[in-house]
Design a protein around this ligand. Structure first.
Ligand SMILES: Cc1cc2nc3c(=O)[nH]c(=O)nc-3n(C[C@H](O)[C@H](O)[C@H](O)COP(=O)(O)O)c2cc1C
Length: 506
C-alpha cells in the first residue's frame, strides 16, 4: 500500500502525471487520449462497444478526445465513422459519455467535415464531395482515389458553419464536456486555410485572412453556441496530409492563434508536430510548435510521435501543458498507469486501426495484469520468481480443472443482475464480464433461463432463442479475449416466479 503523500511525490517526479487546471476543469494528469478514427460506428451511429473502448482508456481526472465525428451527411469520408447530426446519434453517444464520466474522466468530441477527402460512395445521392476547390487529391501509392470535389459556392458556406454550430450543440446535449473543432490534417477547414488547396477568388480565398475566414467563422459560431470554456481546436499548420500544405505555416499558425485569443477563455489549442526529423540516427520531434505555444493564451496540447520521455520533457520545459497520445494510447488502454510504472508497452497493430470488428484491435489490447505490476514494482524481472511469489498465495496458485488450465482459483460466482432487456443479453454485459475477466480465470455467468417458463425475475437473460444465443456471442468473445474461461449457469426458477410482482432478496 503506497501512502497518498508518497504517491503524490512519486507522481511529481513524472511531469506528465502532475495535475493541471484547464480553464475550470481539474485534470489529475496530462496524458490525453488523441482523437482516433476507428471506423466501428455502424450506419454512422456510435455503438455500445465504444463505451467499452473509451471507458477502458478513462481515468479519474484524465482527458479523452473522441474520434472525429461527422457534423452532417456530407461530412463523411471513411467507412462507419460516427455522426452527431441526428437524434439517434445523440442518444447513442449518451451511454458512451456516461461510461467515461463514471470513471471520472473528461470527454471532448472532435467535430469534423472531411471536405474532398471522400468519394461519391460516401455522399448523399452519390454527389461530389464539397471543398474549397474543385482540385482532386492526387492519387498516391496506396491506390486510394478520392473523388473530384465540387467547389462550394460562397452562399453555401454559412450553412456548413451552421452544421458545425449545431454539431457542437448536439455534443453538449449528448453530455460531452466540450468539443474540439477539427481544423487539421487536410480536411475541410484546412482545405480553405492552406494555399496549396485554396484557389478561390471570393472573400474565402487569396489572402491569409481570407483563407482562414471560414475556420474563424466556425470558431466564432461554436463559441457563441456553447461558450469558449467548452471549445478547443486542432490545427496542423506544418503537416502536409491529403495534398494540403502551406507556403508559410508559421504565419498561418500564428494568425489562427491570434483569432483564438480574441475569445476570452478559449479552452485549448491542440497542435500536431511537424514530421519527425532524423537526428543522430534517431527519430526526433522537432518542437516546431514553440512560436504558437508562446502566443496562445489558453491550454496548449502537443501531439505527434510522443513517448514517455519526450512527453515528460515538454511538460517539464513548459513547451506544452498537455500531451496527446494516439497510437500508444490505442494499444495501451492503461497508458497513464504504465507511464507511472515505466512499464513495457503493448505494440500497436496497424492492420486493425480502421477495421470494423467491435473487439479485435479495439477493446482487446491487454491491461497490465496485477502480477505484472507487482513484478515491476518489486523489480522482479524473472517471471518464474513472480509466479512463485503468486503461488505462495494459495488462491492465486494455478489449478487444472479437468482439461482447463486455471491460473488462479478466484471464481466469479453467478450473480443475477436483471439487465438483459427483453431477456436478451445486452452489450453492457460484455463490459461487465470482461472487467472481471483475467487470463486463466473462471467466470460463471448469471442464472440464465432455459425456456420462457424459466424466468422468475425482471430482465434476466435467456439462452433458448437464436437471438439470445447470438447476443451472448460477443459477450463470451470479450471474456475469451482476456484469456478467461466462461461457464453459463442454466436455470429454471420453477415456482420461484410470479405473475409480475417480484419480491426477492439474497
Ligand atoms: C488510427 C488513427 C486514427 C486517427 N484518427 C484521427 C482523428 O479522427 N482525428 C485527428 O485529428 N487525428 C487522428 N489521428 C491522428 C492522431 O490523433 C495523432 O495525432 C497521430 O497518431 C500522431 O500521434 P501519435 O504519434 O501519438 O500516434 C489518427 C491516427 C491514427 C493512428
Amino acid at each position: 500500500m503506497v501512502h497518498a503523500p508518497a504517491k503524490e511525490a512519486a507522481a511529481a517526479a513524472i511531469p506528465l502525471l502532475t495535475p493541471y487546471k484547464m480553464g475550470q476543469l481539474e485534470l489529475s494528469h496530462r496524458v490525453v487520449l488523441a482523437p482516433l478514427t476507428r471506423c466501428r460506428s455502424y450506419g454512422n451511429v456510435p455503438q455500445p462497444h465504444a463505451a467499452v473502448y473509451y471507458s477502458q482508456r478513462a481515468t479519474r481526472g484524465g482527458l479523452l478526445i473522441a474520434e472525429a465525428t461527422d457534423i452532417s451527411p456530407t461530412a463523411q469520408g471513411y467507412p462507419e465513422t460516427p455522426g452527431i447530426y441526428t437524434q439517434q446519434q445523440i442518444e447513442a453517444w449518451k451511454p458512451i459519455v456516461d461510461a467515461v464520466h463514471r470513471k471520472g474522466a473528461l470527454f471532448f468530441l472532435q467535430i469534423w467535415h472531411v471536405g474532398r477527402v471522400s468519394t461519391t460512395d460516401f455522399q448523399p445521392n452519390g454527389q461530389a464531395p464539397i471543398s474549397s476547390t474543385d482540385k482532386q487529391i492526387t492519387p498516391d501509392d496506396s491506390g486510394m482515389v478520392y473523388s473530384k470535389p465540387r467547389r462550394l459556392r460562397t452562399d453555401e458556406i454559412p450553412h456548413i458553419v451552421d452544421d458545425f454550430r449545431r454539431a457542437a450543440r448536439n455534443a453538449i446535449e449528448a453530455g460531452f464536456d466540450g468539443v474540439e473543432i477539427h481544423g487539421a490534417h487536410g480536411y475541410l477547414l484546412e482545405q480553405f486555410m492552406k494555399d496549396s488547396s485554396n484557389d478561390r477568388t471570393d472573400e474565402y480565398g487569396g489572402s491569409l485572412e481570407n483563407r482562414c475566414r471560414f475556420a474563424v467563422e466556425v470558431i466564432d459560431a461554436v463559441v457563441a453556441e456553447v461558450g469558449a470554456h467548452r471549445v478547443g481546436i486542432r490545427l496542423s499548420p506544418f503537416v502536409d496530409f491529403m495534398d494540403c500544405f502551406d507556403s508559410n505555416p508559421v504565419a498561418l499558425g500564428s494568425y489562427m492563434v491570434q483569432q483564438l485569443n480574441k475569445h476570452q477563455g478559449f479552452l485549448y489549442c491542440h497542435m500536431v508536430e511537424p514530421r519527425m526529423a532524423i537526428v543522430e540516427g534517431r527519430r526526433k520531434i522537432t518542437h516546431g510548435l514553440l512560436p504558437f505555444r508562446k502566443q496562445f493564451n489558453g491550454t496548449f496540447i502537443a501531439a505527434g510521435g510522443y513517448d514517455l520521455e519526450e512527453g515528460n520533457k515538454v511538460v517539464a520545459d513548459g513547451y506544452a501543458d498537455l500531451v496527446a497520445y494516439g497510437r500508444l494510447f490505442l494499444a495501451n488502454p492503461d497508458l497513464p498507469r504504465r507511464f507511472e510504472l515505466d512499464a513495457p508497452l503493448n505494440k500497436y497493430d496497424r492492420s486493425t486501426f480502421y477495421t470494423q470488428d467491435p473487439v479485435v484491435g479495439y477493446t482487446d489490447y491487454p491491461f497490465l495484469e496485477e502480477i505484472d505490476e507487482e513484478r515491476i514494482k518489486l523489480g522482479v524481472v524473472n517471471m518464474v520468481q513472480a509466479k512463485a511469489a503468486a503461488a505462495a498465495i494459495q488462491l492465486l496458485a494455478p489449478y487444472k480443472m479437468g482439461r482447463f488450465e486455471l491460473s488462479h482459483r478466484v471464481v466469479l460466482a453467478p450473480l443475477t443482475r436483471c439487465r438483459s432487456y427483453g431477456h436478451v443479453p445486452q452489450p453492457h454485459a460484455a463490459l461487465y464480464y470482461s472487467q472481471r475477466a483475467t487470463n486463466g480465470g473462471l467466470l460463471i455467468s448469471e442464472a440464465t433461463g432455459v425456456s420462457a417458463t424459466g424466468e422468475g425475475y425482471p430482465e434476466i437473460p435467456g439462452v433458448w432463442t437464436r437471438q439470445q444465443v447470438e447476443a451472448w456471442k460477443p459477450i463470451v468473445d470479450t471474456v475469451h479475449r482476456k484469456g478467461a474461461l466462461f461457464f453459463c449457469q442454466l436455470a429454471h426458477v420453477g415456482r420461484a416466479s410470479t405473475n409480475g410482482n417480484y419480491i426477492y432478496c439474497w
